[in-house]
Design a protein around this ligand. Structure first.
Ligand code: NDP
Length: 255
C-alpha cells in the first residue's frame, strides 16, 4: 500500500515537455501516484502518442499542446484549463533545450532561444500557475535545474546560465509564494540517458568521463527522478521550500 503522505489521488499535474525524456518519466511517476496528467510538448503528434500510450497503461492523461516560449499560448492553455474546471495542483517546469557552441562563436539569437526556453518559460508558466494557486492557498511547483545550476562547463554557457537562473527563480518563488501555501523546489538531475544526450552517450570519451566523474560510475535513468518528483509534489514535502535536490549519482558531492 502506498504511504498516504505520497498519495496524489485527486491532484492534477501539468508537466511541460512531457512527451519524451525526463518529463515523460516524471509525469508517468506522478500518474502512478494517482495524479491526473496534462501532457505538454510543442509537437501535437508526439504529445498525442504519449497520451495514448499513458492511457493504455492505465494513467489519466490529457494533451496540453503549447510552445513554452509562446506567452500567449501559455495564457490560452491556462484559460482553457479554467474553462474546463481543471486546477493545476502540481506544475513541473521541465521543457528545455541544449545548444553547444563556444561563447566567442555564439549568436545572440541562440543565447536568447536557450534562456527563453529553459528559464523565462518557467517564470511565465509558474506565474500563470501561481495566480491560480494563491487563491486556493496551496500548490506545488517543481523546476528542473541541472548540475549546471551550480557548476559551469565549456561550450554550454546559455544552458548553464539558464539553469543557474532556475535555482534562483525557485528561491524567488519560495520567497514570494511560500506564505500562500505553495512549495517551489527544484531538481538537479545529473547525466541522464535521454535524446538530449544522444551525441554525448555515443562519444566514448564523454561516456568515460561521466562514468569516471560520477561516484555511482554510471549514467542515470529517467525513472530515477520519480522518487524525488513524487516527494516534492506530495504533502510529504509541505515544509520544504526553495531547495534544489540533486539526483546525480553523487557527482556534485565530490571533486
Ligand atoms: P529531451 O530533449 O529528451 O525532451 C525535451 C522535452 O521538452 C520534449 O518533450 C520536448 O517536446 C519539450 N520541449 C522542448 N522545447 C519545447 C518548447 N519550446 N515548448 C514545449 N515543449 C518543449 O530532454 P530531456 O528529457 O533530456 O530534458 C528535460 C529537462 O531536463 C530539460 O530542462 C533539461 O535541461 C533537463 N536536464 C536534462 C538532463 C539530462 O541528462 N538529460 C540533465 C539535467 C537537466 P517536443 O517533442 O515538442 O520537442
Amino acid at each position: 500500500m502506498t504511504n498516504p503522505l505520497f498519495d496524489l489521488t485527486g491532484k492534477t499535474a501539468l508537466v511541460t515537455g512531457s512527451s519524451r525524456g525526463l518529463g515523460r518519466a516524471m509525469a508517468e511517476g506522478l500518474g502512478r501516484a494517482g495524479a491526473s496528467l496534462l501532457i505538454n510538448g510543442a509537437n501535437a503528434g508526439t504529445v498525442a502518442t504519449a497520451v495514448a500510450e499513458m492511457r493504455k497503461a492505465g494513467l489519466q492523461a490529457a494533451a496540453a499542446v503549447f510552445d513554452v516560449t509562446d506567452e500567449k499560448a501559455v495564457e490560452a492553455a491556462f484559460q482553457s484549463f479554467d474553462a474546463a474546471g481543471i486546477a493545476v495542483d502540481i506544475l513541473v517546469n521541465n521543457a528545455g533545450i541544449q545548444f553547444r557552441k563556444p561563447m566567442v562563436e555564439l549568436e545572440t539569437a541562440d543565447w536568447r532561444r536557450v534562456i527563453d526556453t529553459n528559464l523565462t518559460s518557467a517564470f511565465v508558466i509558474g506565474r500563470a500557475a501561481a495566480r491560480r494557486m494563491i487563491p486556493r492557498g496551496r500548490g506545488k511547483i517543481i523546476n528542473i535545474g541541472s548540475l549546471t545550476s551550480i557548476l559551469a562547463r565549456a561550450t554550454i554557457a546559455p544552458y548553464a546560465v539558464s539553469k543557474g537562473g532556475i535555482k534562483l527563480l525557485t528561491q524567488a518563488m519560495a520567497a514570494e509564494w511560500a506564505a500562500h501555501g505553495i512549495q517551489a523546489n527544484a531538481i538537479g538531475p545529473g547525466y541522464m540517458v535521454t535524446d538530449m544526450n544522444e551525441a554525448l552517450l555515443a562519444n566514448p570519451d564523454f561516456d568515460g568521463w561521466v562514468k569516471g566523474r560520477t561516484p555511482s560510475r554510471r549514467w542515470g535513468q529517467p525513472e530515477e527522478l520519480v522518487g524525488v518528483t513524487v516527494f516534492l509534489a506530495s504533502s510529504a514535502s509541505d515544509y520544504v521550500n526553495g531547495q534544489i535536490i540533486f539526483v546525480d549519482g553523487g557527482m556534485t558531492a565530490i571533486l
